[in-house]
Design a protein around this ligand. Sequence first.
Ligand code: FMN
Length: 229
Amino acid sequence: MKITIIHGQSHQGSTCHLARMLAEKLNGEVTEFFLPRDFGEDCVGCTTCFEVTEAKCPHYTKLSPITQAMDEADVIIMASPVYVYHVTGAMKTFLDHYGWRWMVHRPEEKMFSKQAVCISTAAGAGMKSANKDMADSTFFWGVGKTYRYGIAVMAVSWDAVSDKKKQRIEKNMERLAQKIQNRKGHVRPSIKTKLFFHVMRQMQIRGWNETDAVYWREKGWTGKNRPWR
Ligand SMILES: Cc1cc2nc3c(=O)[nH]c(=O)nc-3n(C[C@H](O)[C@H](O)[C@H](O)COP(=O)(O)O)c2cc1C
């Protein structure tokens, strides 16, 4: 099993420990990226990715290794500490770079058979909205199954997290890893994803953005082909 972890921060605190704990229990080949260390560019808002091609994004080359690792992964783990009730700025700016991959534009078909996990830790609150920040992207990328895990660690460093809490996290990660293992090899997108894809397909048949419409036609999705088995 190939696992790609996108860390929403460059330090190795509680969130990093949780993501690594899950990856360890999945017992696969792990590739990790830390933001902004490995990618910290802000989207410049040129919209070239939507209108022409993502390859002309000024940050395309720098982003390519991460894109490739996500495309090759069976499981994508997105992990971010909660900063003012949301993901870190680094995670947000990273996600901005994949707007062109949303189903409304040009989704990557490999995503439909992948599993993703959105993990967030907070001192007290904000995990729900932070996980939503990441899960919105995985849903609109077409990812087959997304799990969310948020926990208030009541601390600002991993060392300060209580043993009781660490034991609870360990158990939760064990259970989550088991679910992911059980689904391995037979991930199917949800009804919600399929319905949304269908609505997008109708839109692409009418063709409001030529770059996207050409992509959908070439994939055969405006005909009988679908990005899932
Ligand atoms: C800039 C900043 C904003 C934060 N905002 C929140 C917040 O909105 N809610 C919260 O409960 N904790 C907040 N925290 C605390 C962290 O989310 C929490 O300590 C988290 O577990 C840190 O994860 P890490 O050890 O991986 O860095 C904030 C911390 C920082 C540095």
